[in-house]
Design a binder for this molecule. Structure first.
Ligand code: M6R
Length: 590
């Protein structure tokens, strides 16, 4: 989500850090900052907003002597996106930058009762803890002791006046790379390949749990081991981490995103949303408003809220809601969902809810966006910047957050919350490469015909709607999503040998009922692709999913499959996957 760059050497440091951050700016642009340690002087600079603000602020400065520099672009998670909360965070003689979330920062702050904290971030605790430990240990042991205390996700760079020409680093569940420079005494660090392309040929991708320090001519691992490999020389593909499109990269990122979303949300078998602590759970119903993919997440969440939390839910398309003069129950909680936080229709719907004095909650991916700012409460979904116009990882993050919220709002004590938490904690969305290869092969059979029906039941019905949206927006083929039981009320009239029907048939949700509907289509010669853990003889094609005992595990696995299916068909028809015709990432017009 945020971006990190580090440099040790005697080249001009400001430009190296700014150029590196430029490559990462698309990941986070709430603020940027850097710290530089040369000639025993430690200086730091930070500015809210785009990188250009930092660049302008540092206009006349130059740092050419041997030394170290660390830089950061921020995607706010804890605390407002202002100058103070920008990285680096500082103590008396050290500075730190950090990507990720320190889950136990509140507990660690308890250890630092005498310290004045400047910011609202989780990160600041790292630098104060480090300085505190240097009172007892040498700097290397102090850093080790800090890392051992941290829980959560982090890529950390720390510099200190107590260790000249040294950068301390640590990685856990957030990427960090060390790169060799032009000579033995020059090193770079970055949170992805992109800033390193063209300036380094050899890089080492750190593993979770690795930490250590780089000093003038060597890298010392205090934990883990390091292995260098060749770096690709293509900048575009570096930004895409070697994937051919951002959409593919973002589909593969989802496994990590689930982990990011649940970080800090589950404590002692309870769901925690600290940002909602003042929201009273006494609303009469929930009204959810959204557009496009976010609307599908809303539709899916209704099944969760009603089933898990026993709360009545009404879902509205924002562009319809804003003009319908809707009847609004004053005791309802109004939720709007928007990846960008700028969608004009959703923003207007939110304004209407506010004018009617409803309590409002936004689920957004972009902090400081119009919707995030306007709503009374905001939950950031933590998907990181989504570059592909076709939303994938944001949908995934929305769904995990909504599932968590449905458990958070649940008033029914008897429910088996522990079981749900177990499933959430163990949710694994890693793409099965063999399955992806199979989908690639299958995709070439789906390029003709007059259209696609995606069908299923219950929460898998909104998934079918989302599957049809994904396919049509990037491949320009005609696709519809239907509740499987609705086929017989009209759509089945289109069934013939030129219709493709993709059926989600989870084992744990109305399998037999969906099966009957699929058989009705098969009897009318439609081409059937079944996605299910249970073999199905009547299918023309079959994608087998894992056998498991919870429908939400099946939901997320089928979500990845339908995203890959759309992607591979779009690749086959030669469409521009990341920038489909007629579409925009942020729809700020009505
Ligand atoms: O930023 P939002 O979530 O408010 O955007 C809503 C829709 O415009 C968006 O989901 C759109 O449908 C995507 N292109 C779907 O892939």
């Amino acid at each position: 989500m945020c971006g990190i760059v580090g440099y040790l050497g005697n080249k001009e440091k400001k430009e190296i850090i700014l150029n590196g951050l430029k490559e990462l700016e698309y990941r986070g642009y709430d603020s940027a900052g850097m710290a530089i340690l040369c000639n025993d002087e430690l200086k730091f600079y930070k500015k809210a907003g785009k990188l250009q603000n930092l660049s302008d602020f540092m206009n006349d400065l130059s740092f050419k002597e041997l030394g170290v520099a660390i830089g950061h672009t921020r995607w706010a998670t804890h605390g407002k996106p202002d100058d103070i909360n920008s990285h680096p965070h500082y103590g008396e003689f050290s500075c730190v930058i950090h990507n990720g979330i320190i889950e136990n920062y509140k507990e660690l702050k308890e250890e630092l009762k005498n310290v004045n904290f400047n910011s609202q971030t989780d990160t600041e605790v790292i630098v104060h803890l480090f300085e505190e430990y240097t009172k007892k240990f040498d700097v290397y042991t102090a850093f080790s002791e800090v890392v051992k205390k941290l829980q959560g996700a982090y890529a950390i760079l720390l510099i200190t006046k107590k260790a000249k020409n040294t950068i301390f680093f640590a990685k856990n569940n957030a990427p960090l790379i060390i790169a060799k420079g032009d000579n033995d005494k020059e090193f770079y660090l970055a949170s992805c390949d992109a800033p390193l392309v063209g300036i380094s040929k050899e890089v080492a991708y750190l593993n979770d749990g690795d930490y250590g320090y780089i000093s003038e001519d060597k890298i010392t691992l205090l934990n883990g081991k390091i292995e260098f490999k060749q770096l690709s020389s293509d900048r575009q593909s570096a930004q895409k981490d070697g994937f051919s499109t951002f959409m593919e990269k973002e589909i593969y990122e989802q496994a990590q995103i689930v982990k990011n979303v649940i970080l800090g949300r589950i404590k002692n078998d309870k769901i925690c949303f600290d940002e909602l602590s003042s929201l009273e759970n006494n609303f009469s119903k929930i009204i959810i408003c959204a557009c496009g993919t976010s609307y599908h997440a809303a539709l899916a969440s209704a099944y969760l809220f009603e089933r898990e939390a026993k709360i009545e839910v009404r879902i509205e398309i924002a562009s319809e809601f804003r003009y319908k003069d809707a009847y609004l129950d004053k005791n309802a909680l109004f939720i709007c969902i928007s990846q960008s936080g700028e969608t004009a229709d959703t923003l207007e719907a939110l304004k209407i809810a506010k004018e009617n004095n409803l309590k409002t909650l936004a689920l957004c991916n972009v902090d400081n966006s119009s919707i995030a700012r306007l709503a009374d409460y905001c939950v950031l979904i933590r998907a990181g910047i989504e570059k592909s116009v076709a939303s994938t990882k944001a949908f995934c993050a929305q769904m995990v957050n909504l599932w968590l919220l449905s458990l958070y709002f649940n008033k029914n004590e008897k429910r088996a919350l522990k079981d749900e938490i177990f499933v959430l904690k163990n949710l694994d969305l890693s793409v099965n490469k063999t399955q992806h290869e199979k989908i690639k092969r299958l995709s070439k059979r789906y390029l003709h015909g007059h259209g696609f029906f995606f069908i299923s039941r219950d929460i898998f019905y909104p998934l079918a709607l989302e599957a049809s949206l994904k396919l049509k927006e990037i491949s320009y083929l005609h696709a519809e999503g239907y509740a499987a039981g609705e086929m017989k009320h009209g759509p089945i009239a289109l069934a013939d040998s030129e219709l493709f029907c993709v059926a989600f048939m989870p084992k744990n949700m109305l399998y037999e009922k969906t099966k009957s509907n699929v058989l009705e289509l098969s009897a009318r010669d439609a081409n059937i692709l079944v996605i299910s853990p249970i073999e199905f003889d009547m299918a023309d094609d079959f994608i087998k999913t894992k056998d498991c005992n919870h429908y939400m595990i099946e939901f997320f696995e089928m979500m990845v499959i339908m995203q890959l299916f759309a992607l591979e068909i779009a690749n086959k028809v030669g469409a521009n996957v990341d920038m489909p015709r007629n579409l925009a990432k942020s729809v700020t017009v009505e």
